[in-house]
Design a protein around this ligand. Structure first.
Ligand SMILES: C[S@@+](CC[C@H](N)C(=O)[O-])C[C@H]1O[C@@H](n2cnc3c(N)ncnc32)[C@H](O)[C@@H]1O
Length: 200
């Protein structure tokens, strides 16, 4: 099973909140792609940050396309149910946990709230196919995935992201990932100390 957990990278979520969200909230349709989403903690953490900082009305315009190659064939069921065992939810700040999670009967599982489940669209997808799941994204998040690819694959995947972002849309990856030199002129780095890029 892929390594991931809720609120794994709070710093990146805060960067999205501070730098991308003001532009996102002005759009009528806010399409977000979480590429390499594993079994859902990352796209659901992002959904919570957007929901918390946009308010309910604007959040209704958000659709998160969560995709993964998923060798286990388990991710779709988990993400669509929005149900996770309690021990996987330990790192969620308690006020957020109380607002968005409800215990499932007498079990040790908790289900995330319906408005977050409703905004999530899961699709099994191989990034190396270089086929986008959609176009006109306002934000693409791809973390801890590109490191598995060789240099040429990384360049091609990031180019595909660029082509399918709206003008001024955001691409976010992990701190240790640098933008390949071949892609000079495609994006501007929004903050010097984080891998948050805006399409030029
Ligand atoms: C370490 S997990 C990262 C999960 C999440 N993004 C995070 O940072 O917590 C890496 C994920 O990349 C997915 N992956 C690997 N190769 C892929 C590919 N070619 N296309 C789509 N997903 C891929 C794996 O299945 C796995 O779920």
């Amino acid at each position: 099973m892929a390594f991931t957990y809720f609120f794994r990278d709070m710093q990146t979520l805060e960067m999205i909140r501070d730098y991308a969200l003001p532009a996102l909230r002005t759009k009528r349709y806010i399409n977000v792609w979480d590429a390499g989403c594993a079994m859902g903690p990352e796209p659901y953490s992002l959904a919570i940050i957007l929901r918390e900082n946009m308010g309910n009305m604007i959040f209704r315009n958000v659709k998160i396309y969560a995709t993964d190659i998923d060798g286990s064939n388990l991710f779709q069921k988990i993400i669509e149910s929005g149900e996770y065992p309690r021990e996987q939810l330990d790192r969620i700040p308690s006020d957020i946990f109380n607002r968005y999670f409800a215990r499932v009967g007498e079990t040790d599982n908790y289900r995330i709230s319906q408005d977050l489940i409703k905004c999530m669209n899961y699709k099994k997808h191989d990034l190396l196919s270089l086929q986008p799941v959609k176009s006109d994204f306002s934000l693409i998040l791809c973390k801890n995935v590109l490191l598995h690819f060789n240099h040429e694959e990384r360049v091609n995947v990031i180019k595909m992201f660029h082509e399918n972002l709206l003008e001024g849309g955001y691409f976010v990856t992990e701190q240790t990932q640098k933008m390949p030199a071949e892609l000079d002129g495609y994006f501007e780095q929004v903050v010097p100390n984080a891998q948050v890029f805006r399409k030029m």
